[in-house]
Design a protein around this ligand. Sequence first.
Ligand code: AMP
Length: 390
Amino acid sequence: MSSNQASQQTWLPGSTIGILGGGQLGRMMALAGTAMGYRFITLDPTQDSPCGQVAGQIEAAYDDVDAARRLAAASDVITYEFENVDAEVAALLEKESSVPQGSALLYTTQHRLREKRAIEAAGVPVAPYREITSLESLREAAAELGLPGVLKTATGGYDGKGQIVLRSEDQLETAYEELAATGRELVLEKFVDFQCEISVIAARSPKGEVKSFPVAENIHVNNILHLSIVPARVEEQVQREARKLAEQLVEHLGAVGLLAVEMFVTKDGQLYVNELAPRPHNSGHYTMEACATSQFEQHVRAVCNMPLGDTTLLTPVVMVNVLGQHLEQVIRASGRPSIAVTEYGVVPKLHLYGKSDVKKDRKMGHINLLCKDVQDGLDWVEQTNIWRQG
Ligand code: AMP
């Protein structure tokens, strides 16, 4: 099928959507799409995966080509919920089924250097960076960009793993040795003295329709997302610019489905893109109750070439992540009326992902706190005491 024919194809409700990956993102995609009348099947190695609890599941490794073939046979259209899709599996799925998202953007976002070059080619700013190929090149790059800087592996890093902040020259050698030992390519970025971190999720359909969601202000604790605050507490003009950049990126990259764009806002309001993710994103969970269309519904709409949904924000909201260390207290508190609806005038909406293996720092769920003012949501988080320990 030619790409032009492919861009005309629409998958109406009643079609079966295959999801590579069965984690919480797949689960929430399937929940949103099931309400629209779609059917779902996921491929995931975990028995009773979060997505498998609400959809059909093929229990196999992500790089199991035979299992991928079974997924293709069972699905009208295929999407994925994580970036590190095996190249052989991606090629097979494209050949034997329909993958409107293609694999080019996956290839780009699997590697920080490729990603930064693609962002720059779209005319969107990234923090100054250098490719690092030796200790000597790290020394040169540190001298050129100036310290502090952040040395990162080009692949395989997430939630702050595979990166080291460099504050002085005498740290260069040990940091280089530590990250070079991973065998991965490296990149040095200038440290951005940011006012805050924000993200915008934009969607594009094969027809070329583009829409972005309101800007989220993101607060991380130990490099893991803790809070998303919407509306973000940055100037209107910066918010408009951030949405414009995200839309420019999806257009330029020819993305299909969602693209999450994480950015730094400097003290003088300059924006730098830090990272892209071609999928629903933790910082977009707030859309589930706070926007006219959730990011998950939007992703299904975009992949299926349906008209995109309205992204209007219906209420201020604070999203707080529930990690392994918070789960027990959150479950206990959810049964107490004083927490369920507080004197803060906050309406908490709890989402749990059905993971049986509870571990520290593992994402187990989130709560969307619908409020009149984001400060009320932030006060609610403080008042419960659950998140005090990090
Ligand atoms: P990343 O894995 O690139 O998303 O980085 C994880 C976190 O490290 C980011 O959310 C930032 O808080 C911080 N960080 C990463 N790169 C930089 C940078 N160049 N300047 C300042 N902080 C950074």
